[in-house]
Design a protein around this ligand. Structure first.
Ligand SMILES: Nc1ncnc2c1ncn2[C@@H]1O[C@H](COP(=O)(O)OP(=O)(O)O)[C@@H](O)[C@H]1O
Ligand SMILES: [Mg+2]
Length: 430
């Protein structure tokens, strides 16, 4: 009989599309038959013996670690050509993020490496390269800047500007909830980034505190374009496909509508704002499906929003951003920015002082850590608490470009200038 741990492992193997449910069932039957004959053997051993999983898939199932670089060896630290990796800083649903320095300039970078157990899935690889290309090409002060991407030692990676502060989720984890001035400071900057993305016809589709990072000077940078949908793929969305993180997902995104637009990101920003000032997500439930159903059907709990816990204008912002009907929401980030700025300007008390953030959060050279009391949480490395709907992720990532298998990387954008750095043939990335 498969143990509870083995059952969890089997579910993970199916969820990650390593094995079909039928195949897992067959292996469990073999395990049971052998046990009846007095031969105990673990399920993972059967997968291994039958060569059903590659070493990366086995490693992920056994350890939960997406990328297994051994940073105690020079090979591990130099796995990505042109970089020296020092430590792991995060792990999301698709990738592990490491801190590194470029070999030439010794500049700090964040290297996001796609989990190798997804390399057999062409759509995941294409999706990752699509994200890398967007991060590289887009440029806004409130968006993490990509500087390089490609393949090295077999790993698909993208190099990003390294953000040295906590994520907004880390801040909530640490503080419970944020002050209204800090929350408005965060939302205003993300709204400016959304306005920029909107001008490029891009919908982010995974706006949440985990994907907002704060620099040591208090600036907010949005990251993770893993679900982003561009103008060129506007007709591509399929009815019934859902992606995002259920706690922040808009009703239309939860329903799997194909014509999701920037107003969906505005809803997710409203859900984020709710979380920031109330200290809990707007809707929770036993599982992702229940939470999604509430996003579609259930009104915001008025005892939370009207309890006097938050100001009138905050209540108004949240209600307007989180309207179930997107026609009632702010119609564009610009509209929202104007309202937010009016409130911030009109209320001295709400004016954000970057220095006060610095003082509170970062009191020394090593901003992230001990003295500030705000650190990158363990969860950051250990996966997410919220459930991100990524089973159908690949559906959102079909690109016209092809992933190339040979080494294809750009050297540092910073060192050589934007266009000269393109070592990969342009058509491969367009
Ligand atoms: N540029 C960066 N600088 C610092 N930390 C980062 C950076 N990019 C990502 N991270 C950390 O790694 C985590 C996972 O990255 P993310 O891009 O969200 O991956 P995923 O697509 O797998 O969710 C983030 O939540 C964040 O904590
Ligand atoms: Mg993420």
């Amino acid at each position: 009989m498969a143990s509870r741990e083995e059952m969890i492992l089997a579910v993970k193997a199916v969820q990650n599309q390593f094995l079909t449910q039928d195949l897992v069932q067959q292996c469990m039957d073999i395990q049971r038959t052998l046990a009846e004959r007095g031969k105990e053997i673990s399920l993972i051993r059967i997968f291994e013996k039958k060569k059903l999983l590659d070493k990366h898939q086995l490693h992920f199932l056994q350890t939960g670690e997406g990328v297994s670089l051994d940073l105690s060896t020079p090979q591990g630290r130099k796995a990505i050509e042109g970089y020296l990796i020092s430590r792991k800083i995060g792990q999301g649903g698709m990738a592990t993020v490491y801190q590194a320095r470029t070999s030439e300039l010794r500049d700090l970078a964040a290297l996001k490496i796609l989990f190798p157990h997804h390399y057999g899935n062409k759509r995941f690889v294409e999706g990752f390269l699509n994200e890398a290309k967007l991060m590289y090409e887009l440029q806004h002060e409130n968006l993490v800047q990509g500087s390089d991407y490609g393949q090295s030692s077999g790993y698909y990676y993208m190099a990003l500007e390294h953000v040295d502060g906590p994520s907004v989720q880390d801040m909530i984890d640490e503080e419970g909830r944020l002050s209204e001035e800090m929350a408005l400071h965060v939302i205003l900057q993300v709204a400016r980034c959304l306005e920029y993305l909107g001008s490029k016809g891009i919908t982010h589709r995974d706006i949440k505190p985990d994907n907002m990072l704060m620099t040591s000077s208090g600036q907010i940078k949005l990251c993770d374009l893993g679900f982003a949908k561009g103008a060129d793929s506007a007709g591509e969305g399929e009815e019934g496909i859902t992606c995002g993180t259920v706690q922040y997902i808009s009703p239309e995104q939860a329903r799997g509508r194909s014509d999701v637009d920037i107003r969906s990101d505005i809803y997710s920003m409203g859900a984020t704002l709710y979380h920031l000032v109330i200290g809990e997500v707007p809707f929770s439930g036993a599982d992702g499906m229940e939470v999604m159903a509430k996003q579609v059907l259930e009104g915001l709990s008025s005892d939370k929003t009207k309890s006097g816990m938050i100001s009138h204008h905050m209540h108004y912002f949240i209600e307007k951003m989180m309207a179930k009907e997107r026609e009632i929401r702010y119609q564009s980030p610009r509209e929202l920015i104007e309202d937010l700025e009016a409130v911030v300007e009109g209320h001295q008390a709400l004016q954000f002082e970057p220095d006060s953030v610095k003082k509170t959060l970062f009191s020394g050279e090593e901003p992230e850590r001990e003295r500030s009391g705000i650190r990158r949480s363990g969860r950051r490395e250990g996966g997410r608490r919220q459930s991100r709907v990524d089973g159908k992720r690949a559906e959102t990532r079909r690109r016209e470009g092809r992933a190339r298998s040979e080494t294809s990387r750009r050297s540092s954008r910073r060192s050589q200038g934007r266009t000269s750095r393109l070592r990969l043939r342009r058509k491969d990335k367009e």
